[in-house]
Design a protein. Structure first.
Length: 319
């Protein structure tokens, strides 16, 4: 979650003790990693972990976990180069600042502590995804920020499930492999929360018509945007390269209306992603002649074709 209050930023920068967020988890593999690991992956982005508010975790261990998260997501962003990311402990909530560091670094704060590696992964994947969506978008798109928040939540769930696979085969340190199942358990705990499911016999389009006003008014209503996140997750798991499409979400300063916002995303995205964006628009009821669906089924998804023509202007519902 992103805050812009400067006073809050100063307090967070001075914080010396991180407090675990509401999403606590079972005890993780304990003990700082020692020595070098032959399986440690090459850094996909420079991540500098600072501060001494990580509880029993060392900054080196925290950095190793965050690098694993970056690997899980950035493997789908070929050629994407990010400025370094400064990560410090927060005594309140995770957030990414609009303000950059002294040398243009992104500034991220996490509230996870100790050896709760799944909680670090969950929080950092969310904040990294804000960065990947080019979150410094114009204020006129703020009413649609709830969709970005839903994408970032989906990224957190995706990263947790992906890290379970990565750490089972190639953890940052050999003795961390036993922690891999914890990532899956942590993700499933969220996925099974009752509020994340559509009501029975309710389409996403109908649900969206009911709650659009609330979503536009407050993008941080987790009870609502997490419904969307759970529905988006199968899309990215079935078509992982679609993650790169979020790079074009804010490519153009348009989108006070959600239909226009999505149409602008579709227009700016490369051909490989247009079909899938159009599918998502259909689920929200933003296309003419689209039959609403109750759930998003992985078996119903199709990989986008590079030569797909995509929707024509007449297909879109006028704002």
């Amino acid at each position: 979650m992103r805050w812009v209050n400067l006073c809050c930023c100063v307090l967070l920068a001075l914080a010396v003790a991180g407090v675990a967020g509401a999403e606590s988890e079972p005890a993780a593999v304990t003990g700082a990693a020692t020595g070098d690991s032959s399986k440690r992956t090459t850094r996909s982005v420079e991540i500098r972990v600072t501060g001494d508010g990580w509880g029993r975790a060392s900054t080196q261990d925290v950095a190793s976990v965050l690098q694993s998260v970056a690997q899980a997501l950035l493997e789908h962003f070929p050629g994407r180069r990010l400025q370094p990311i400064l990560v410090a402990p927060s005594a309140q909530h995770p957030l990414t600042l609009y303000a950059k560091g002294p040398n243009g670094e992104y500034q991220v704060y996490l509230s996870a502590t100790d050896h709760n590696w799944a909680q670090y992964a969950y929080q950092f994947a969310h904040e990294l995804s804000h960065i990947l969506t080019n979150y410094e978008h114009p204020a006129d798109a703020a009413v649609n920020q709830w969709f970005e928040e839903a994408l970032c939540e989906a990224a957190s769930l995706y990263a947790l499930r992906r890290l379970a696979q990565i750490w089972e085969a190639s953890p940052p340190y050999p003795h961390w492999a036993e922690y891999a199942p914890q990532f899956t358990r942590y993700a499933e705990r969220f996925l099974q929360e009752p509020h994340r499911k559509l009501p029975p016999h309710t389409t996403l389009a109908t649900w969206f018509q009911t709650y659009e006003r609330e979503l536009r008014a407050d993008p941080y209503l987790r009870s609502l945007n997490e419904v969307v996140a759970n529905l988006l997750l199968p899309v990215f798991e079935e078509i992982p390269h679609f993650w790169n499409a979020v790079s074009y979400l804010h490519a153009e300063a348009r989108g006070s209306d959600f239909a226009e916002y999505m149409q602008t995303w579709h227009a700016n995205a490369p051909p490989d992603y247009k079909d899938t964006i159009r599918d998502v628009m259909g689920w929200f009821g933003l296309l003419k002649g689209t039959r609403p669906v109750e759930t998003v089924s992985q078996t119903a998804l199709r990989a986008p074709a590079a030569d797909a023509q995509g929707p024509q202007p007449a297909d879109f519902i006028s704002p």
